[in-house]
Ligand binder design. Structure first.
Ligand code: GLN
Length: 478
């Protein structure tokens, strides 16, 4: 059994301060367990034992000197492999970056380590975070620890799997259209997409820059809130990071939810069926028992969200992925005699099918003659979707919805049909387009034992209300 099974951020801190264990001992045990268990899921791509042990020893040294070891002292963390780590291979799930060793750390990584966290390694993901099942990784699919023949969701599949498998206590993922919430729901854990700009994107490999977010995974809302606390806040290295002050999320957790007005969008429930519907409706019931007031609301432009997202996200991706040309840090094709052949062959050999599909789509929607019809129109639709939320939030304090129309599907089940795969994100993409905070919290299991997630969405920068509701719900139902 994992040493992490019964631990939390708080109990690790208490254990360290009362000398029940040292950070070095905990790290060694957690790493040994992770290395033995990883072949079952393929969730880690790289372990970073040297870096982990150095961080653990620094925590122990602080404690020995009577200094505060930090809010995440000794906490074993895993980091999605689209987030750069100095000196530790960062592949983005792509063959192109199979040997890439970044010369710098992402701001979120720096902040984690400054808070005392111990980074055990880097987690598998869909190539450049494009996917909903983790099957688009150049390094093989990840298996869901809850049901090994099923996907863990994507694109942050590895980051969700390690927390569920207890090979890390918490982890960082990234979300562009659902990549934190959907894997959290498939693996039965908590996943948080903060407000756009709440966490610096410096060092997060760009997929669709206006939609990319870094966010935490944890077993509990409390631990996820603690991870966000440390990583949030203005960063001079990311011009889109917000300077609005970061509230104390821990103190928001225990507030009352009685009388909180909760909206449930009718468009999200209309097509919901099976055990997912049963579990999500049960969650609505549980929220009323906690004293929340439920209101049916409408988000009328929901039907256009997937089309809108796959225009905007692919447009931005086609520009962002232009840098992988074999000249600088990518692997380079050796099968070319001229510069332009080198570009072409590097990209042809290096990118997987899904990336190529998106580069072509994105280049097309941005091209002269089509820009207005596709890209510009999608931007207008995005504004309408954001406006739907703004209108709803005049009436309600938070919104609840399903995360995914179905639970974890079988590995291989949807690979041949990209549109079916894209539909996985039907309930998560709207929040991403609006840039509001949203999260997934476990709300039970299907009759086959597959986890179902409840999505909670809140106003821009109101992570506190979202956490308060999610924490009250988790306390009451687990
Ligand atoms: N599944 C969506 C996509 O493939 C979202 C991915 C993400 O959030 N990174 O684009």
């Amino acid at each position: 059994m994992s040493v992490l099974a019964s631990l939390s951020i708080e109990s690790i801190r208490a254990g360290l301060l009362t000398k029940k264990f040292s950070a070095e001992e905990l790290t060694k045990q957690a790493l040994a367990f992770a290395e033995t268990e990883n072949p079952k899921t393929n969730a880690y791509l790289t372990f970073s034992p040297e870096r982990a042990l150095a961080a653990a020893k620094a925590v122990d040294a602080k404690i020995a000197k009577g200094e505060d070891p930090g809010p995440l002292a000794g906490v074993p963390v895993a980091v999605k492999d689209v987030i750069v780590t100095r000196g530790v291979r960062t592949t983005c799930g792509s063959k192109l970056l199979a040997n890439y060793i970044p010369p710098y750390d992402a701001t979120a990584v720096i902040r984690l380590e400054q808070a005392g966290a111990v980074i055990l390694g880097k987690t598998n993901c869909d190539e450049f975070a494009m996917g909903s099942s983790n099957e688009n990784s150049a390094f093989g699919a990840v298996r869901n620890p809850v049901a090994l023949d099923r996907v863990p969701g994507g694109s942050s599949g590895g980051s969700a799997a390690v927390v569920a498998q207890e090979t890390a206590l918490v982890s960082l993922g990234s979300d562009t259209g659902g990549s934190i919430r959907q894997p959290a729901s498939f693996c039965g854990i908590v996943g948080v997409t903060p407000t756009y700009g709440r966490v610096s994107r410096y060092g997060l490999t760009a997929f669709a820059s206006s939609l990319d977010h870094i966010g935490p995974f944890a077993k509990t809302v409390e631990d996820a809130a603690k991870l966000l606390q440390v990583t949030a806040g203005r960063d001079e290295m990311d011009a889109t990071s917000s300077s609005s002050p970061v509230p104390d999320y821990a103190s928001a957790l225990n507030g009352n939810v009685r009388g909180l007005k909760i909206g449930f969008p009718k468009e999200y429930f209309a097509g919901l069926s099976g055990d997912t519907a049963t579990r999500v409706y049960q969650a609505l019931d549980d929220l009323t028992k906690l004293g929340c007031e439920l209101h049916e609301i409408s988000l009328p432009h929901t039907a256009y969200a997937i089309a809108c997202y796959y225009v905007i996200a692919t447009a931005e991706a086609s520009a962002n992925l232009a840098r992988y040309d074999g000249v600088r840090y990518t692997t380079r094709s050796t099968n070319a005699n001229t510069l332009s052949d080198m570009y072409r062959h590097t990209r042809d050999e290096g990118f997987g099918e899904e990336c190529k599909r998106r580069i072509m789509l994105g280049t097309y929607v941005l091209s002269a003659g089509y820009y207005d019809a596709y890209y510009l129109k999608a931007q207008r639709v995005r504004r309408l979707i954001a406006q739907d939320f703004a209108t709803a939030f005049q009436e309600v304090d938070a919104i609840v919805a399903p995360v995914s129309p179905f639970p974890a599907f079988k590995i291989g089940e949807k690979v041949a049909d990209p549109v079916a795969m894209y539909l996985s994100d039907i309930y998560t993409i709207t929040g991403s387009l609006a840039g509001i905070p949203c999260m997934s919290v476990p709300c039970g299991k299907t009759s086959d034992g597959l986890p179902v997630g409840l999505q909670i969405l809140a106003k821009h920068f109101d992570e506190s209300s979202m956490f308060r509701l999610a924490h009250a719900y988790q306390q009451a139902t687990h």
